[in-house]
Ligand binder design. Structure first.
Ligand SMILES: Cc1ncc(COP(=O)(O)O)c(C=O)c1O
Length: 379
């Protein structure tokens, strides 16, 4: 089946008695165990509504198995702490989601885990590998500068050295990119973003082979970051429209990126769908669409960034991304605020940088909102 068909149909549980076309919500947190093949319990990540969402996501990501979590960070921290322990070393891409970066810098050392942050360049990743490197973690496109990592090349390098690879596929979505097909071992999503798609649930997911998921499930059960049945049901409903949402969002994003590129008040535009983007060719070779996040840097000699964001009328200044409504944020003040000024500068995150999560609205309305705000914020 093609992606949009999988979105609608894969995984659905049809109740044999009523033949309702949607999966019922199984509210039980307790299940009889006599004569059953295994114990069912929410924190064992195996309730009916959890399984349905996972089966849908496995179909979309071409994965054997998966786990659904209560947040993207629950998924990320569980994966990292499953495979890394005292004496191990991890190589991580530098420009990853700020929360993941903060988790590593705040918590790895006290558990005796060594780490190296590197650029997304394959050679830099290879150079950072040590004797005790157990895991490589990447994000592509990355947050917030949409850098594109050559996923095939990283996976190949890691395989020759027997190192586990994990990727945060949140920005791409399974509609645009399937990293397992490119050789990665583990794919992670913050489901709070595109999978949920309506800015009303917090969840995360991990998909991989049965063997890897078996290991992660052990830690996940201990760490306890499971998702309840109602949220799973909302997530299942949301993923049914993932295909059409993402397609519309990508079209809008391309239009806005091209328009901003031509605007003299805008210094830089970061969007993998632009031919000028440093990772455009790699993106074309590993993605079916370029995603719906557009980051841009205002020319502060022409525009006051703090005024610009206040003057927007349609696009909402808010954290998070991936919903049907367009949201904008200043990474320096939100997702990357915990980094030092020096770390931000090194990553190219300036005060004039904005990350726009493009929604499904009419693209002309979005552009005219940006243009009127630029006019009002002109210095
Ligand atoms: C790329 C990416 N990964 C992971 C996360 C963390 O997800 P959550 O907020 O669901 O824990 C985020 C959140 O913004 C994100 O943007």
């Amino acid at each position: 089946m093609k992606k949009s068909t999988q979105c609608v149909h894969s995984g659905t549980y049809i109740d044999k008695e009523t033949r309702g076309v949607n999966t019922p919500v199984f509210t039980s947190s307790s299940f009889e165990y006599l004569d059953m093949p295994h114990n069912v319990y929410p924190r064992y990540f195996n309730t009916p509504n959890q399984r349905v969402v996972i089966n849908k996501l496995c179909a979309l990501e071409n994965a054997e198995d998966g786990l659904i979590f209560s947040s993207g960070m629950a998924a990320i921290s569980t994966v990292l702490f499953t495979f890394l322990g005292s004496g191990d070393h991890a190589v991580l891409q530098k420009d990853i989601y700020g929360g993941t970066h903060h988790f590593v810098t705040a918590d790895f050392e006290r558990f005796g885990i060594d780490y190296t942050f590197v650029s997304n360049d394959t050679e830099a990743i290879e150079r950072a590998i040590k004797e005790n490197t157990r895991l490589i973690f990447i994000e592509s496109p990355s947050n917030p500068l949409l850098r594109i990592t050559d996923i095939r090349a990283v996976a190949e390098t890691a395989k020759t050295k027997n190192i586990i690879t994990a990727i945060d596929n949140t920005f791409a979505t399974p509609i645009n990119q399937n990293p397992l097909d490119l050789g990665m071992d583990i794919v992670i999503h913050s489901g709070t973003k595109y999978l949920g798609g309506h800015s009303d649930i917090c969840c995360g997911a991990v998909v991989s082979t049965k063997a890897f998921i078996g290991k992660i499930r052990g830690s996940a059960t201990n760490f306890g970051g499971c998702l309840d049945a109602s949220a799973c049901s909302l997530l299942e409903r949301s993923i049914k429209t993932l295909g059409i949402r993402v397609e519309k969002q990508c079209g809008n994003a391309q239009y806005i990126a091209e328009s901003l590129w031509d605007n003299p008040a805008v210094k830089k535009v970061y969007y993998p769908g632009l031919e000028s983007h440093q990772g455009h060719d790699t993106a074309k070779s590993q993605m079916r669409g370029f995603g719906a996040i557009v980051s841009f840097e205002l020319d502060e000699r022409k525009i006051a960034p703090s005024e610009f964001i206040r003057k927007l009328r349609l696009i909402t200044p808010a954290v998070s991304l991936g919903g049907v409504e367009s949201l904008i944020c200043s990474p320096a003040a939100t997702s990357h605020e915990k980094l030092t000024g020096e770390e931000r500068a090194e990553m190219g995150i300036t005060d004039g940088l904005f990350r726009l999560s493009v929604g499904i609205e009419d693209s002309a309305d979005l552009l005219s909102d940006i243009e009127q705000a630029l006019k009002k914020a002109s210095v």
